[in-house]
Design a protein around this ligand. Sequence first.
Ligand SMILES: [Zn+2]
Length: 137
Amino acid sequence: MKVTRVQIIARGLTNRCPNCGGRTLFKPGTFFKVNQICAACGFEIERGNDEGFFLGSMSLNFGVTLVGFLMPVLLLWCFKVIGDTTAGVLAGAGSFAFPTMFYRSSRSWWLMNYYIFLPHHLPANGGKGRSGEDDNI
Ligand SMILES: [Zn+2]
């Protein structure tokens, strides 16, 4: 296998193409627009009919927001480290700001999550992409 799981993780955590490692997941000059195809290697990043990729990354985003941001705010408030107003403002504003700031990583991490388990689906590893199209399921 050309692309190892360690490389897939490194590329996923740094928002890079899982296939070639290029900084091509997002359209240049935009924060939210995912490229459909990697400009460096032609890897199909986002398919028109693959809503599961978007929904999966949004679920990951909400989960990380809950566990990684809102839960710590709740614990800080419960243990009286921060006051009522501070906790309310942090939770209210953070529940919008955190998922927005985490958007790019959630898209990349979801791709990474798929290819950690199915690295042979990467074109660089001889596969054809996602959704088991080379499995005939
Ligand atoms: Zn690529």
